[in-house]
Design a protein around this ligand. Structure first.
Ligand SMILES: [Zn+2]
Ligand SMILES: [Zn+2]
Ligand SMILES: [Zn+2]
Length: 100
């Protein structure tokens, strides 16, 4: 948690969708999924074409995401650009659809 002041924004969340919410709407592929630990938004990572997790941060300023697919249990703070330890890991709503 060194350098991150946003641990109070970490909530127990319910994932908003089985895959990236926006990619599912437009039929776009993604590489990995990121879960917003403030509101539960599921978005795709920066290796994905549309980068919806980062877009969600810019739109909402929710700072903390979790590696959701694969479920890796790490957290990332966009504001501090730092890996953080999460107090827990969010269970996946299975199955996660696969586009790649
Ligand atoms: Zn932070
Ligand atoms: Zn996406
Ligand atoms: Zn959010």
């Amino acid at each position: 948690m060194i350098g991150c002041r946003h641990s109070m924004t970490i909530n127990d969340v319910t994932p908003s969708a089985r895959g990236c919410e926006e990619c599912l709407k437009v039929g776009s592929p993604w590489v990995h999924l990121r879960l917003c630990r403030t509101c539960g938004h599921v978005g795709c990572c920066d290796q994905s074409p549309l980068r919806h997790a980062t877009a969600h941060f810019h739109a909402t300023h929710h700072p903390i995401i979790e590696g959701y697919d694969p479920p890796e249990g790490w957290g990332w703070c966009y504001v501090d650009e730092a890996m953080i330890d999460l107090p827990d890991q969010t269970a996946q709503l299975t199955p996660i659809p696969r586009y790649v």
